[in-house]
Design a protein around this ligand. Sequence first.
Ligand code: PGA
Length: 249
Amino acid sequence: MLVVGNWKMNLDLAAARQLTSAIASGIGSTDNVDVGVCPPFVDLDAVYAILHGSGIRLGAQNMHEADSGAYTGEISGPMLRAVGCHYVILGHSERRQFFGETNDGVSRKARKARSHRLVPIVCVGESLPQREAGDHERVVERQIQESLADIEISDASELVVAYEPVWAIGTGKTATPEQVASMHGHIRRLLEHLFGRAIGSEIPILYGGSVKPSNAEELFAQPDVDGGLIGGAALKAEDFLAIVNAARR
Ligand code: PGA
């Protein structure tokens, strides 16, 4: 199981240090669960210094596809590696919605992330109108096929997929366990088709969208749910640790 906190555009340096210290001191062993946190870029270095030795891994929330150059305001893969990142979230629905990210762009970033030995957490998920129209499986299928196009992995640990229905993100509305199980099964079949059975059956598929301590255990118990990508509840150490504990059970 894998639990990753996506802090989004929250927490300045002091607050990031505080939350990281609370998580690192409360985590105990990470023997039977993988844990990651993805702070804003400016907090990465300081968070890494606190996480070091805790077993918790660092991730970023986005990355540019070039290694360096005239791209004002952007951050590259080598920069993320240099501050200790293991993961990078790519194609989060907020990036797709507010910053025009496309499946093609996500696939270029994912390939680049792999070339820098970063593990991409590639996000997919349908909007409410798409679900209501019964299009959710087709939409996610297209996102998976295009966002993961031509990415090469030799081990399932080199890629993570997160299913985050847009209507469940930050809304307090969680997908039902049945909806989650059905979509994760669909994604599993797509991954097995794309990467072959041996690897595709082992790539972690996270659920994201209003995961909290009260619903984490039930969601994590669904077939093909290998953990969670946590937004709001990752900003409180107590809640995040409770969700990590749910993943241990
Ligand atoms: P949420 O966000 O847990 O606040 O719904 C999840 C995400 O966007 O990754």
